[in-house]
Design a protein. Sequence first.
Length: 430
Amino acid sequence: MKREFAENLLDYIYESPTAFNAVNTSKDLLIKNGFCEVKLNEKWKLKVGGKYFITKNSSSLTAFVINSDNMEEGFRIIGSHSDSPSFRIKSNAEISVEDTYLKLNTEGYGGAILSSWFDRPLAIAGRVILKSQNVLSPREEIININKPICIIPSLAIHMNREVNDGYKFNKQKDTLPLVGLINETLEKDDFLLKEISKTLDVDKEDILDFDLYLYEYEKGSIIGPNEEFISSSRLDNLSMAHASLHGLIDSKGKSGINMVVIFDNEEVGSSTKQGADSNMLLNIMERICLSLGKDRQDFFTSLYSSFLISADLAHALHPNFMEKHDPTNRPIMGGGPVIKVSANQLYTSDAFSAGVYKNICEKCGVKYQQFVNRSDQRGGSTIGPISSTHLDINSVDIGSPILSMHSIRELGSVEDHYNIYKTFVEFYQL
């Protein structure tokens, strides 16, 4: 079962090379399991027992199951994010070099480990906007040019002797991907528009714009002598989206409203209309209450009866850099979900919310661990503290421990992914 669940995760990630594709993949999963889509610009008619989902800007998704309309039972929410560090393709992207090479102009998205992107076959995916009859509502297509179409070649060590001594990569110069050799079939102008046109079977003149990103072409794999590790791109944070969606689908909840929210743009600060630093989730929760015939007083009753699990991956103890970790809080891969704590509120966990999650773990027989940064080192943050500025409810920050976070190829544990899913099922059944 654990191995099958990890394989299912690899399929989910491979079908989700960008936030747009991830939302599309998640929609398909939900529809197959009886969820109905509701639109933000339409009036909702929700009912107890109903299973629904909403998307925003095609890159964030909220799904929920209405178990009860008793507002005192509140919402059980698991939040994650759909985006990962990558390279976004710029407009007018084609660059000709000596009338021989064709490369693409890109811009870094999020905090990637740049060295991990070199010398790997890369594909292109994202969203394309097309002309339609309605000027204010152009057509949208999710695209995946699923072939090894470009590569970022390293400079030979003979020409860059300091590359192993802390070389600083320049994103405008060093990381532009090479597409191919210019000839009769690969022209230096409009290569990308022609590729989009061919993939989507649309007229090139109908393409208005695009949000396209590079991704690693090779699919992830299960590795290790006992097949204990998951090696894949975008574990951060599609593994938490995957576990929370399956937790929502597989649970048999009877109380309140169970909810999954997958925000976009966490890797660049969340300050977008579909990010955690918006009123998106708060507004959706209020609309659910109103659609069930409740008033604003009922909404606040439900709000302050709610609990949020902010699910984002955690740093496992690195076997080559043990000095980088706190001396007494050192989570290991295979050791269970990690509760993340920060005195400076980089995580939302406090003694109360951590206690709630510990109870959940004990209830379903799952070991848990805790992570605190070294006191002389500032760590990263999550959607948890950002969401709390809009949604002032009890919240805990947790995640599976991984290595190589923000590399093009991250390393997680088969055991941990299955165990965190078990805690999500238990949470939704409380």
